[in-house]
Ligand binder design. Structure first.
Ligand code: SAH
Length: 350
């Protein structure tokens, strides 16, 4: 059976080429075709000698995930439901900014998720498996194909400007594949996306947070969503392993690049974590950490047992943070009616 060529790193491809008496620089050329140009066959790699193209085609394949469904929301947010080779399903979401040029792609790192957060639809699936690095990268390639198809159909040309690991799964629970994917996404021979335009969001796996900032230059977002351990434990079981004190002490010591801040995500749940008392505690917890808070209005999903905090109360919470000198924004929920917003990804076909 032929191997998926995207499972090889350029170094591995280099070794394969060397064994066959081919020049090592071909590996980068091939990688550029696969990632930068999204080639679908070796035959299309027109600047490779024909015998090499034939050798590659005899040994490797260039499989793609299948786009099972493409949903479009009124606000132009689009959700791609992808089927993997083993039948596993994941979702990615393309989110155009309401104003300006920004176009964010939200990608998944696992099939399902094992973190068990009480307010998240993905948690109800449990963890099926980790994605491989190539399956993470494929989400970007498929989203880019959608954009190219749009452009071919006469829509304005648009390019993905930002990537967020905020889809299904806990990226730091699949550390090696995520870091390897970031390598491809940021490489000049790969997707060429600046690490400053990539954000990895975690429920708070402390040891991997530190490693991530040592191994890459991406942004880190930490899902906090509570201001006491009693509260956080009810919402996020990970708090039992890494309680607030441990988590925030680690944040204080992270090797952040200069002028970088950690984003703290905070899902606003009516009557659970949204009082002004919480806002005051949050301000205190974050003291001394270069941080900004992103308040996320709760997005309901079938079977969810929480209610969203009313808009006015979210604004009051934000104002209370600002008064304490904490930089805080409110995330505008996008794509709700197609179940594409934060915490709604459950890979349903219907
Ligand atoms: N596992 C990672 C990546 C998921 S990111 C993490 O926990 O950070 C998804 C973000 O959406 C997280 O901040 C999460 O707390 C938030 N979220 C989850 N369910 C939500 C919901 N129903 N409504 C709004 N935000 C939600």
């Amino acid at each position: 059976m032929s191997r998926n060529v995207k499972e090889l790193s350029p170094e591995e491809l280099c070794a394969w080429l060397a064994e066959r008496g081919e020049a090592g620089y071909r590996a980068r050329q091939i990688a550029r075709w696969l990632y930068a140009r999204g080639a679908e066959s070796f035959a299309a790699m027109s600047d490779l000698p024909r015998p090499l193209r034939e050798k590659l085609a005899a040994s490797f394949s260039i499989p793609r995930p299948q786009v099972v469904r493409l949903a479009r929301a009124e606000d132009r947010t689009r959700k791609l439901l992808l089927a993997l080779e083993d039948g596993g399903r994941i979702e990615s979401v393309l989110i155009p900014a309401e104003l300006g040029e920004r176009l964010t792609l939200c990608i998944s790192s696992q099939v399902g998720c094992g973190m068990g957060c009480a307010f998240c639809a993905t948690a109800t699936l449990g963890l099926a498996r980790n994605l491989r690095a190539d399956e993470i990268v494929d989400q970007v390639l498929e989203a880019r194909r959608e954009l190219l198809a749009d452009a071919a159909a006469g829509e304005p040309q648009s390019e993905i400007t930002n990537l967020v690991f905020m889809g299904m799964g806990e990226p730091l629970h699949n550390y090696d594949a995520v870091v390897r994917a970031i390598g491809v996404l940021t490489a000049e021979w790969g997707l060429g996306i600046s690490p400053r335009r990539i954000t990895v969001s975690t429920a708070g796996l402390v040891p991997q947070m530190k490693r991530l900032l040592e191994d890459t230059r991406v942004h880190l977002a930490v899902s906090l969503s509570a201001t006491t351990d009693a509260q956080r434990r009810r919402l996020m079981p990970v708090d039992r392993k890494y309680p607030l004190e441990t988590l925030l002490a680690a944040c204080r010591e992270l090797p952040l690049p200069r002028r970088r801040r950690i984003t703290f995500e905070y899902v606003m749940l009516a009557g659970e974590n949204d009082s002004l008392e919480d806002a005051r505690r949050l301000g205190k917890l974050l003291r001394g950490i270069p941080s900004k808070v992103n308040l996320i209005p709760f997005n309901p999903y079938p079977g969810s047992r929480f209610a969203p905090t009313p808009r006015a109360a979210i604004e009051a919470f934000r104002a209370a943070l600002l008064r304490q000198g904490v930089h805080a924004t409110i995330r505008e929920s996008r794509g709700r009616e197609i179940q594409a917003a934060c915490g709604q990804l459950a890979a349903q076909v219907a």
